[in-house]
Ligand binder design. Structure first.
Ligand code: SIN
Length: 503
């Protein structure tokens, strides 16, 4: 059986390795170099359950609370039950998670976790360590790797996915397969400010939508609260707040307790909105004060952040640094069952491209690498039965309806299409706070741009087509969900979204 894995983050590499180890012929197709993508940028770590005080039940409970009642409990149970096995597998594949002098795994704390349970590597370079180990593991096998190959579309025949169409070096190429595992990540570049690396343009979700696969929960976009507000978006891990850093306004006051008893460790959406409101009120970015952690502890625990903040002119051991939210993670995506099967026979989805139901309306920190590993392995195990998923979506899920143009008012005040203009519309109007008006305005603009779109030839053209489709789908989903829940926040008043300062 020939399996194509599209994407090479933790989910795709795990799926590919498991499929190969089960004796299947596997080809990994990836947009850039093997291992490029979001996984390598992950700082925080992987949520596990260690020590007598913690339990899988508490990890599940934290995940469900973060998900604001919209997580799928069965998917969460799978995640926490199989998480330890997948972390052990990562260790066996060569990931050196940080340990104490006596060899115990060091556990970090992040927002909305009831326990310190985040394993990390290289301090704040967890994703890079995982990516290196999994890429090396793949390189030791006979798995075929096709790099710099852009996914144009899924090939669907007789109602089933039979392969993929690629753009390689300016030419199209079709690859046939018995099963395709999408592991193409999210769509952070829908937004003007994002933690995601270039290339995160939602290509897999867009291809799945065009092929007719079920997609849901696109209204749930997670904004990470703390990106350095100076220079190109750079994440300051939540683990820094987990170690005691505080968020202060321009008078030096901790303002997050005004909105949540957990203060800086409240759920991400709460902290992000509090930062946005405060920054707008004071007319300048709020600051993250990590000075109490100490210079040597900061350098040792967060070597990457220590280096980058210093490169940008800040001594964070001595002065608070400016921070602002940015788009970080998409909770929605291609709907799957507990084994990565989608609504299309032959098509699986794993990692951020998938909507497994684990994250509900808001992902718990450090659950995403875990989800990629757990569901990547499960999808590989399910390749023998690539039938369509028959798992129904929960009643609270609002079906995506792109045909609904009720809000389309046929106007566009934003001028001609450019990717930057689209990203600004999404940031301003489909971002941290959404109003009826902002969403309707966004749809006007996006649909006018879509109507004027011309044929795609280059990778950038195809990415633009995908971003426009996903922008439409995201704004439509956000408009359809009239209540605020989790990361989707409907506000009565429009407030200005904070803009990152760029160098
Ligand atoms: C972080 O380090 O703050 C990001 C971790 C995550 O998104 O899970």
């Amino acid at each position: 059986m020939n399996t194509l894995v599209v994407g090479s983050g933790i989910a795709g590499l795990t799926a590919a390795l498991h499929a190969h180890e089960a004796g299947r012929a596997v080809t990994i197709v990836t947009k850039a170099a093997l291992g490029d993508g979001c996984t390598g940028f992950a700082q925080g770590g992987v949520a596990g359950v260690y020590g007598p005080q913690d339990s899988a039940a508490q990890h599940a409970s934290d995940t469900l609370i973060a998900g604001a009642g919209l997580s799928d409990a069965a998917a969460v149970d799978v995640l926490v039950a199989e998480g330890a096995m997948r972390i052990a597998e990562l260790i066996a594949r060569g990931v050196a998670f940080d340990r104490s002098a006596d060899g115990e795994l060091l556990l970090g704390r992040e927002a909305a976790h009831s326990h310190a349970r985040i394993v990390h590597a290289g301090g704040d370079a967890t994703g890079a360590a995982i990516s290196r180990a999994l890429v090396a593991a793949v390189r030791r096998t006979s798995i075929e790797v096709v790099e710099d190959a852009f996914l144009i579309d899924l090939i669907v025949r007789d109602g089933a996915v039979r392969g993929i169409r690629l753009l390689i070096d300016g030419s199209t190429a079709d690859l046939a397969a018995d099963a395709v595992i999408l592991a193409t990540g999210g769509a952070g570049h829908l937004y003007a400010h994002t933690t995601n690396p270039a290339g995160t343009t939602g290509d897999g979700i867009a291809a799945a939508l065009r092929a007719g696969a079920e997609v849901a929960d696109l209204e749930f976009v997670q904004f990470h609260p703390t990106i350095l507000a100076a220079g190109p978006a750079f994440l300051i891990s939540e683990a820094v707040r987990g170690e005691g850093a505080t968020l202060i306004d321009d008078a030096g006051r901790r303002f997050t307790f005004d909105v949540h008893p957990d203060g800086e460790l409240a759920p991400r959406d709460v902290v992000s909105r509090a930062i946005a409101r405060q920054a707008t009120a004071q007319g300048s970015p709020v600051r993250l004060d990590a000075t109490t952690i100490g210079a040597s502890a900061l350098a040792q625990r967060f070597p990457t952040i220590d280096r980058v903040t210093r490169e940008r002119g800040f001594d964070w051991a001595r002065e608070p640094i400016p921070v602002t939210p940015a788009a970080h993670y998409l909770m929605g995506g291609v709907v799957t069952d507990l084994d990565g099967r989608t609504s299309l026979p032959g098509l699986f989805a794993v990692g951020e491209v998938a909507r497994t139901g684990v994250h509900g309306a808001n992902r718990l920190a450090s659950n995403s690498l875990l989800e990629g590993a757990v569901f990547g392995a499960r999808a590989a195990a399910a390749l023998g039965s690539p039938r369509a998923s028959d798992r129904p979506l929960p009643a609270e899920t609002i079906p995506l309806n792109l045909a609904n143009t009720a809000s389309f008012r046929d106007g566009n005040e934003r001028g001609p299409f450019s990717r930057v203009a689209l990203q600004q519309v999404m940031w301003d109007e489909v971002g941290l706070l959404r109003t009826d008006d902002s969403l309707a305005d966004a749809l006007d603009t996006i649909r006018a741009w879509r109507a004027g779109a011309t044929a795609a030839h280059t990778v950038a053209d195809h990415e633009d087509v995908n971003l426009l489709l996903l922008a439409d789908a995201t704004a439509s989903a956000a408009l359809a969900r009239t209540e605020s829940v989790g990361a989707h926040y409907r506000s009565a008043d429009r407030i200005e979204a904070p803009q990152l300062e760029t160098v």
